[in-house]
Ligand binder design. Structure first.
Ligand code: UD1
Length: 344
């Protein structure tokens, strides 16, 4: 019998790509999503790629009754990946209680369900944001956790603490915390990708929209940082590569291979890329011009951070593989698909 995995937020950017990879690896997938920041049509894209339509429940994970009902209906579940969360940094400053409630109440419900329904593994989507501005890059998992600079970032730190405290009570399942660097790209088939609502806050969706003429130009936030070209440096990780790490993490727990009841992995490429490098590589990869101009720094931005993924490479047997150019070409193909469909 196939192992069944619940993906909360499975219609989102990382969730949908993870659904595809899990199905292709032979898992059964059940999605819980309230569609607050995603579209139901994502299920069509997943089905086109894999030939399988995942089971879907339109539920909000802060609603414990609804979560428990869905678990009861689905029968034995092997694991959960808890993606569902609000993620806009600026909005979190305006609406902190919304962020604490959405991101933490849902986590606690899912942890309780994992225990009550005898799951084997729990994967949590965390972020390199927990490292703040690191003392040095590449950052490994032992780097200090820095005070959060936004309620959103704080929810990731608190969530990690909640999981750690719960694991220490002697629960029956294992947990894996995945700290993502900057996920970008789209599925190579262009059937699924990122669907930002309104003005994109993250770099690559903005680059794609500026290249398409939806936005007048990209603002590059700062060229006076202490970096080789003066723009900020990040570790951009292909979303399909990232999705595959979830398959490795779940397999490890479901197969009983975890060494520790809670494990932490950085998921990045190990390579830092500046904003200007990313824009230039996009133009090379697609042959499309990106209009941009240099603007002032964005408040709260980190100057430079990139990850050391050796722990994930060695223990999970996972490695980022897709070259940046290919990732950027995939993102552009997805942007063109959105245009064809009249979405934007
Ligand atoms: C941001 C969030 C982080 C979150 C992550 C999710 C902030 C301060 N941090 O990280 O908490 O986990 O998204 O993916 O918002 N840039 C431009 N012009 C743009 C957009 C971005 O120059 O229009 C630059 C930024 O200044 C930054 C880089 O591109 O240097 C990457 O930005 P972004 O995609 O927002 O990611 P993070 O800042 O790493």
């Amino acid at each position: 019998m196939k192992n069944k995995i619940v993906l909360t937020g499975g219609c989102g950017f990382i969730g949908s790509h993870t659904c595809v990879e899990l199905q292709e690896a032979g898992f059964d997938v059940v999605i819980f999503d309230n569609l607050s920041n995603s579209e139901i049509t994502v299920l069509d894209g997943i089905e086109k790629i894999t030939g399988i339509r995942p089971a879907f429940y339109q539920i909000d994970c802060t609603d414990k009754g609804a979560v428990y009902q869905a678990f009861q209906k689905e029968g034995p579940i092997a694991g959960v990946v808890h993606f569902a969360a609000s993620k806009a940094v600026g909005e979190s400053v305006q609406k902190p209680l919304l962020y604490y409630r959405n991101n933490l109440a849902s986590l606690m419900n899912m942890l309780e369900a994992a225990q009550d329904f005898h799951l084997k593994g729990f994967v949590f989507s965390s972020s390199c944001t927990v490292y703040g501005e690191p003392d040095k890059s590449p950052v490994d998992e032992s780097a200090p956790i820095k005070p959060a600079t936004s309620p959103y970032g704080n929810t990731k730190q608190i969530a990690e603490e909640i999981i750690k405290d719960y694991v220490h009570t002697g629960i029956d399942f294992n947990a894996i915390i995945l700290r993502y660097f900057n996920p970008i790209g789209a599925h190579p088939t262009a059937e699924i990708g990122e669907l930002p609502r309104g003005v994109p806050q993250n770099l690559l969706p903005y680059v794609c929209q500026a290249a398409m003429g939806i936005r007048k130009e990209l603002s590059v936030f700062g060229n006076d940082y202490n970096t080789p070209d003066g723009s900020c440096i990040r570790d951009y990780i292909d979303v399909t590569d990232l999705a595959k790490a979830h398959v490795c993490a779940l397999s490890r727990m479901v197969d009983g291979k975890s060494k520790d009841q809670i494990e932490y992995y950085n998921l990045g490429t190990g390579k830092g890329v500046s904003v200007l490098e990313l824009v230039n590589t996009f133009m090379e990869a697609t042959g499309v011009k990106v209009p941009y101009s240099i603007k002032g720094r964005r408040e709260g931005d980190i100057e430079k951070i990139w990850g050391n993924p050796s722990h994930a490479n060695e223990v999970l047997g996972w490695k980022a593989q897709v070259p940046l150019k290919e990732t950027l070409a995939n993102a552009w193909r997805w942007q063109m698909r959105l245009r064809e469909k009249g979405v934007m």
